[in-house]
Design a protein around this ligand. Structure first.
Ligand code: UTP
Length: 476
């Protein structure tokens, strides 16, 4: 194997991965270099350690998971949806605090947009999905317009950091360029790429290849954010700009209230390191991770860890223990993101069994399809693993129909149809509060640049900045 550096041969031999060089002699020099670059990115020690643990400790894992579930209690430190007069006053005060932080330029936004969106089956990065019920605005456009509207309202710039992956980067950047950043100043919009992890054959621990010079790689999970932020120099950039709070959200939810002043305000008042927006699960078995308290710490239990009996468990007051569904809307203290990035990244790697295409010894591409026994293991980090590491956490209950309507699946729950219906319903309710009634089920949409809330929409209608026909797409 002429040309393989001795240290590479040694490492591959030590970790039982010499098959990665099976086609070496047939590759041209560009292919060889490409392969070496990929090998160079892999932390073999870590990958094999995690595979080993998964391979040998499955029963220990499920026992420790059962122990956690028995100990779990409904979270304690929660700001619930307002009911009393007092609740409303507190919320208003939090909103004022959040608005002040925004006007002082203390807030940045992170959108995680590196996922492969396999359930939706859209052939572009998910942020490009045309979700607007009337305009077919993309998810990215809705977020961009919200940020622009906030900048105008609060008179300060907001740094927007968009995490992409090798699967989504190039198309995402050119989409923004093509749309001239939707009116935002490009200097305040940063794209940074997350890392990737190799897929491993579940039975043998051998890293899979999907071509003679290509290792089967996939994005390292939304928890890849921590090291990606550091590598891109963004923690330093935020520090230099005196940004204190980072509003984190996922690319798939068009009804997120970006930079929600109320969430920011509660977070700041509590001096929280990590604040999470939760919503009440619609049923105990809904497929949503839930926030719980375990031994005095906030953690997430994933739906897959709970049997339906456990999921419906109630406390002494007859309330579900596992009610607090994670919307993946968080506010991080910048200082906490810095803490998490010390020594590389403190979030652990998780294992997911998935069917992963690979080339066999004859070089044929195999597409495994046995869903009961997937061939591969993918490795990912989850951002919510940061919760138990935070010294102060706060949970704020959001308004589900207003704030959480993600596009995950092609049809059924959490699909484009439910998300578009939610956007229309929000706009209809804003109109109703100004006395304009639009028939149930009618598609209506307002640009965040026209209105971020009902009051702003009422003002825009009153002063003629927008007409009802424009909102329903019947303006002619
Ligand atoms: P999901 O867990 O819904 O995954 O991501 P996904 O890749 O978008 O979709 P499926 O599961 O393949 O259908 C939740 C959020 O985390 C981001 C996604 O872009 C989405 O905003 N994410 C996920 C990343 O940024 N990187 C990843 O490696 C994984």
């Amino acid at each position: 194997m002429a040309g393989v550096p001795a240290n590479v041969q040694e490492v591959l031999g030590r970790f039982g991965q010499t098959h990665l060089l099976r086609w070496w002699d047939q590759l041209d020099s560009a292919g060889q270099q490409d392969l070496l670059n990929q090998i160079d990115q892999i932390d073999f020690d870590q990958v094999i350690r995690v595979w080993n643990q998964h391979h040998t400790q499955k029963t220990v894992d499920s026992a420790s998971s059962a122990g956690r579930i028995d100990k779990a209690a409904a979270p304690v430190s929660v700001v619930r949806q307002p009911e009393s007069e007092e609740d409303h006053i507190r919320r208003e005060a939090a909103g004022k605090t959040g608005e002040r932080l925004l006007s002082e330029g203390k807030v940045a936004v992170i959108t995680v947009a590196g996922g492969q969106g396999s359930r939706l089956g859209f052939e572009h990065p998910k942020g490009m999905f045309p979700v607007g019920p009337v305009s077919e605005r993309s998810l990215f456009q809705i977020f961009a317009e919200q940020i622009l509207a906030r900048q105008r309202r609060h008179g300060a710039s907001i740094l927007w950091m968009i995490m992409t992956s090798s699967a989504t980067h190039a198309e995402t950047v050119s989409f923004f360029e093509q749309h001239r950043f939707f009116g935002l100043d490009p200097r305040n919009v940063v794209f940074f790429q997350q890392g990737s992890m190799p897929a491993v054959d579940a039975a043998s621990g051998k890293i899979l290849m999907d071509g003679p010079c290509t290792i089967s790689l996939s994005p390292d999970g939304h928890g890849g954010l921590i090291s990606a932020l550091q590598k891109a120099g963004l923690l330093k950039r935020m520090e230099a700009a005196d940004i204190e709070h980072v509003f984190y959200h996922q690319v798939d939810n068009p009804t997120v209230i970006l930079c929600d002043p109320v969430l920011l305000g509660f977070h700041h008042q509590a001096r929280s390191s990590l604040t999470t927006n939760v919503v009440r699960k619609s049923s105990p078995t809904e497929r949503m991770g839930v926030l719980v308290d375990i031994d005095g710490q906030v953690e997430i239990i994933e739906y897959s860890e709970l049997t339906s009996e456990q999921a419906a468990k109630e406390d002494a007051n007859g309330q579900w223990i596992f009610w607090a569904g994670n919307t993946a809307i968080h506010v991080f203290a910048r200082s906490f993101l810095e803490e998490l990035s010390t020594d590389g990244c403190r979030l652990e790697l998780h294992v997911a069994r998935k069917n992963v295409p690979y080339i066999n010894e004859e070089g044929q591409l195999i597409q495994p399809s046995d869903s009961a026994n997937p061939n591969g293991i993918k490795l990912e980090r989850f951002i919510f693993d940061a919760l138990p590491m935070a010294s102060v956490t706060l949970i704020v209950e959001g308004n589900r129909s207003r704030e959480f309507n993600p596009v995950k699946n092609r049809d059924g729950a959490d699909s484009p149809a439910t998300s578009r219906a939610a956007l229309s319903a929000i706009c209809r309710s804003w109109l109703a509060s100004t006395g304009v009634h639009v028939a149930e089920g009618t598609a209506v949409e307002v640009s965040p640049l026209t209105a971020l809330d009902a009051e702003e929409l009422a003002a825009a209608l009153k002063d003629g900045r927008v007409r009802l026909e424009q909102l329903t797409g019947n303006a002619g």
